[in-house]
Design a protein around this ligand. Structure first.
Ligand SMILES: CC(C)(COP(=O)(O)OP(=O)(O)OC[C@H]1O[C@@H](n2cnc3c(N)ncnc32)[C@H](O)[C@@H]1OP(=O)(O)O)[C@@H](O)C(=O)NCCC(=O)NCCS
Length: 333
């Protein structure tokens, strides 16, 4: 018989608070048109994007994360010392080691919280949320901070017509903590590495260092292939997450899909047959695609504007580079 005592966690976990940070510089489509042959009308009609935010030198991955996290901690009504885990999801922190999560955990004033970074592209928030739920229920932390943060402007080739208009910068954070009732449903997640070439960094850093390429590496994608995959496959995953949570689309109050492209959002709403009463996040219009930050940023905005309210039942789904995806039903903080 095992001599190990069972760990004592909370019966369930929930999102207790959310916070966001958007860089001060707002970049309209006109700025994008300085480097690619396109039009404001084309960008709006093909992607829904009107403006995005680009970070300045002071708005680092850590600085934006700390701002968003401070708001999430205050929103949750706890103090930083109570946080036992900090998970940062990002693909645009340019220091390989140490993890930026440790700096954030320290500067926020946590009491030596466990801290690590994860790389799961635009599904990063859902991956982090799933890990955080596990930590709270397993008992290795009472409160866990999940941060999605990106400075994608650093990884954007402004001369690439397929991506120059898509990406933005920002940070979103949530505090996950104990709950007496289920408030984060089972996650439906996975990866399709056979499609890894459809969204990727142009070349490895080492090719740039050794002078094999002149251009700094950037994110590139096969727009149409990604679009088709998102529209056909992700609606199925979203439905599986509803089924796993034991609810139907008519039970939903809010839908927060990854903010990649408004046409993908419209298509998913249609396929899932979401009733008109469901509030749909369309933060992509003024935030662009901020990858791991997009879902918490959209969540924060819906709650701040009153379009969604605390206690609402929301379906969140992230998908992107990998290809990877994660969908789950949550109760809003
Ligand atoms: C990027 C995206 C908006 C492009 O839209 P699209 O309709 O697929 O565009 P296509 O690449 O098929 O090009 C259609 C036409 O527009 C043109 N075009 C491409 N980029 C353009 C641009 N920036 N401005 C103007 N015209 C453009 C093409 O040349 C093509 O012209 P043609 O029909 O005369 O050959 C779309 O594919 C998309 O959103 N994909 C998914 C992106 C995404 O979500 N990525 C992140 C996932 S995490």
């Amino acid at each position: 018989m095992s001599k190990i005592k069972p760990s004592k966690g909370a019966p369930y976990a929930r999102i207790l608070g959310v916070g966001g940070y958007r860089p001060t510089r707002v970049v309209p489509n006109e700025v994008i048109l300085e480097t690619i042959d396109s039009s404001d009308e084309w960008i709006r009609s093909r992607s829904g994007i009107e403006t995005r935010h680009w970070a300045n030198d002071e708005e680092t991955v850590a600085a934006m994360s700390i701002e968003a996290s401070g708001k999430a901690i205050a929103d949750a009504g706890i103090t930083a010392e109570q946080i036992g885990g900090v998970i940062v999801s990002t693909v645009s922190h340019f220091k390989q080691t140490p993890a930026v999560a440790t700096e954030i955990a320290d500067k926020l004033g946590t009491n030596k919280a466990a801290a690590f970074d994860i790389s799961a592209g635009c599904a990063g928030f859902g991956y982090g949320l799933t890990l955080a739920k596990g930590m709270v229920v397993e008992g290795s932390a009472e409160y866990v901070l999940v941060i999605g943060v990106e400075r994608l402007s650093d990884l954007t080739d402004l001369e690439d017509r397929a991506t120059a208009f898509l990406f933005g910068d920002g940070a979103g954070a949530v505090v996950v903590g104990p709950s007496n009732e289920p408030a984060i449903g089972p996650t439906v997640w996975g990866s399709e590495g056979d499609k890894s070439e459809t969204i990727k960094q142009t070349v490895p850093w080492t090719d740039y260092r050794t002078g094999q390429v002149e251009k700094f590496p950037a994110i590139t994608q096969e727009g149409q292939a990604v679009f088709r995959w998102a529209v056909f496959e992700m609606a199925k995953v979203a439905q599986q997450a509803l089924d796993a949570a034991g609810i139907s689309s008519s039970d939903l109050d809010v839908f927060i899909p990854h903010q990649a492209n408004e046409r993908i959002i419209d298509s998913m709403v249609k396929t899932l047959k979401l009733p008109g009463s469901v509030t749909v996040a369309r933060d992509v219009r003024t935030t662009g695609n901020t990858s791991a930050a997009s879902i918490p940023l959209a969540m924060e905005r819906l709650l701040a504007t009153g379009e969604a309210k605390s206690g609402d039942t929301a379906l969140v789904i992230g998908f992107g580079a990998g290809l990877v995806y994660a969908a789950t039903v949550v109760t809003l903080p």
